[in-house]
Design a protein around this ligand. Structure first.
Ligand code: CP3
Length: 390
């Protein structure tokens, strides 16, 4: 389905941005940068705005969610915004009893441990999201209007990561109940995953239709799985979730946005797939229908690129721990990540996981300008060598 003519990809506003070009596998003038969890507790302006408002309430307040989304874009000059929201929002909006406990994460009123619990949960109708997602659509629309040519990334949790919270009833180290359920009752597991894919897929699609220019699926806890379990019990549901946005397209004029009647090319909305500790799963995480693979800090990007067959744009993978190290240490690490990222068709610089809450935001700002500076392609040289290496 073609996006609405007013969508920022369709109008051309974000279609030629560094982020979208890199997600399409080409190398823009500078390596684009954004940070997972760039909005949030590392920013004093976030902490003061959030006083007195619970996390999930803030996500459902379009004006506040939009303002929080814009804060890191203004401050850091990053190449994308990511909607301030949470992976459990669509669960809450479909009727699941879930809250976010500060310092801990999502906590469910009731854990989903067996076939009867799954039946009860899946009786909640995903179609209610058509109306209950209204505050999310409003937050996206407001944000996109402010962002202009900077693309907004929409996101959702992958079915396994959501199921891990649902089955455990809250955060967990090894997700043992979820891993037991997939083997103990494969039918109940399949029903749970199919329902979760539908719920999270609708959340992702709503964000893109409302104006997001790219979509990222977070399978944060998939690293707990063996390759075999991932392939058999998880990948089909991730494919189903991504299918909710896989059909979304726009036409890009080859002569630029204002050249009416010129030849055009049909493009799809780029989809990024990210997980933590998923070095053994990179190929399969691409194969579920992603365009770009997000890599955590454990696997160097040249090795990730090798595992992906050399044809997939990569995103990552600064170790968040180094944000608190002395600048020369961080700088050397950034140059190494950029160098290894050069082996891939394209690279979007990010962290290997989210911004730690105690991060000095000035380090993030400096990091963005450093990456832009050292990756800038000079018009006449036409190569990508950073000044330090030439
Ligand atoms: O990246 C961004 O800036 C966008 C915002 C975003 C949030 N959650 C806001 C948030 C995104 C992309 C998420 C996704 C999310 N939520 C994931 C996948 C990404 C990842 O980190 O692996 C997961 C696993 C969750 C579940 C969740 N929600 C956790 C683990 C936590 C942290 C709990 C804590 O207090 O440490 C949350 C809460 C949450 N989501 C916060 C933010 C800014 C912190 C809430 C606060 O400020 O009190």
């Amino acid at each position: 389905m073609n996006l609405d003519a007013q969508h920022p990809l369709a109008t051309g506003l974000t279609a030629d941005s560094r982020l979208i070009r890199a997600y399409q596998g080409t190398r823009p003038d500078k390596t684009p940068v954004w940070f997972m969890r760039q909005a949030g507790r590392s920013l004093p302006e976030y902490r003061s705005l959030r006083v007195g408002t619970r996390m999930l309430d803030a996500c459902l307040e379009p004006e506040m969610a939009s303002e929080i989304t814009l804060q890191p874009v203004r401050r850091h000059n990053v190449d994308a915004g990511i909607l301030f929201s949470d992976i459990v929002i669509p669960l809450k909006l479909v009727g699941v009893d879930v809250e976010i406990v500060a310092g801990m994460g999502p906590v469910l009123g009731k854990a989903v441990r067996n076939a009867k619990d799954v039946e009860e949960l899946t009786a909640l109708d995903p179609a209610v999201l058509d109306t209950t997602l209204a505050p999310i659509r409003a937050a996206v629309a407001r944000t996109v209007a402010e962002l202009g040519a900077t693309p907004l990334i929409g996101f959702a949790g992958a079915p396994f990561t959501l199921a891990a919270y649902l089955v455990e009833g809250g955060p967990s180290k090894d997700h043992i109940h979820a891993r037991t359920l997939m083997h103990a009752d494969p039918d109940a597991w399949a029903a749970l995953m199919a329902w979760t894919a539908e719920v999270t897929g609708r959340f992702l699609r709503a964000q893109v239709l409302a104006g997001a220019s790219a979509a990222q699926l977070f399978d944060s806890w998939a690293g707990a799985l063996s390759l075999d379990d991932y392939t058999r019990y998880v990948a089909p549901a991730s494919t189903a979730a991504i299918a909710h946005v896989r059909d979304l397209t726009y036409d890009e004029s080859l002569a630029g946005p204002s050249a009416a009647g010129a030849a055009s090319v049909r493009r799809n909305v780029p989809v990024v797939h990210f997980g933590v500790g998923t070095g053994e799963l990179l190929r399969e995480m691409h194969a579920v229908g992603a365009d770009v693979v997000g890599v955590d800090y454990r696997v160097p990007l040249d090795e990730a690129n090798r595992r992906l067959g050399g044809l997939v744009p990569v995103q990552g993978n600064i170790d968040p721990a180094l944000l608190a190290a002395p600048w020369p240490v961080l700088e050397a690490h950034v140059l190494d990540v950029l160098e290894r990222g050069r082996t891939a068709p394209a690279h979007v610089l990010n962290l290997g996981h989210g911004v730690p809450p105690m991060t000095d935001p000035n380090v993030l700002t400096r990091l963005v300008s450093f990456v832009h500076e050292v990756t800038a392609v000079t018009a006449d040289a036409g190569d990508q060598s950073p000044p330090a290496a030439s």
